[in-house]
Design a protein around this ligand. Sequence first.
Ligand code: B1M
Length: 235
Amino acid sequence: MADVDDDLDLTTLEDDELVQQMHEDLYDGLADEIVEGTNILLERGWAPYKVLTEALVEGMRIVGIDFRDGILFVPEVLLAANSMKAGMSILRPLLAETGAPKLGSIVIGTVKGDIHDIGKNLVGMMLEGAGFDVFDIGINNDADSYLNALDEHRPDFLGMSALLTTTMPYMKVVIDTLKERGLRNDYMVLVGGAPLNEAFAKSVGADAYCRDAAVAVETAKSMVDELRQQAGAAA
Ligand code: B1M
């Protein structure tokens, strides 16, 4: 997209122009520029969440459209994804340091056959910031990998992410395995990813579908509240 801005001094740009430039830099896979732009916005007093959503997530949305339309290809999208991750790594500690009281814990991972992890990482970051302990088991997880992590960490929630229509059915395999082993009621299962919806989540037996990271946080918080109220009423 942009190929004439080698000497552009990002600090001279107004906020709007800088965000626009960051969308272009993300598109072009320029990780150093994304890091610089992220730091400039933070120094100007932007909240980390605002930088995340307006500069990075919006930039990746634009990349997604051109990937879908055959204008961008896997290598270019990989560079864009790496640039996004470079920006996210600056924001991660800032989003996590809210000092929120511990609310619960979650094991989260992307399902078997699927290597998309940006959305999952973002959900993990936001949950961490809201006060959840997050055990991120990465990408391409089969049922045993989820179950081993659940056994190791004994979290309140299991979170699964899928970005491909071909991998999202695997969520049902994991949930069915939990059922077969008599473990389904030990965990609240949250699912998310661009091709999912409420009806799909229901059909695979998940407890909730989370449209985005903010919804994941709200959903996890309200489920924990509900559980505590039930426990209080039973005591
Ligand atoms: Co892929 N890819 N990709 N890709 N890729 C999509 C998903 C696609 C929609 C692009 C397109 O054609 N428009 C398409 C899927 C089509 C389909 O299934 N119908 C696609 C394809 C086809 C492929 C390959 C098959 C391409 C190929 O090889 N020919 C291949 C598959 C590899 C595999 O997984 N086996 C592939 C590869 C890749 C890259 C490696 C190049 C790269 C991934 C890099 C990485 O993640 N480390 C990549 C990317 C970057 C994308 C797009 C462009 C962007 C995804 C993303 O990061 N979005 C994507 C297009 C798109 O989604 N529009 C695309 C930003 C992120 C913040 O949003 O992930 O939706 P998202 O997460 C959100 C919510 O969904 C939700 O909250 C998040 C934050 O708000 N959420 C959860 C997600 N997970 C959750 C879990 C929860 C809760 C909420 O648990 C509690």
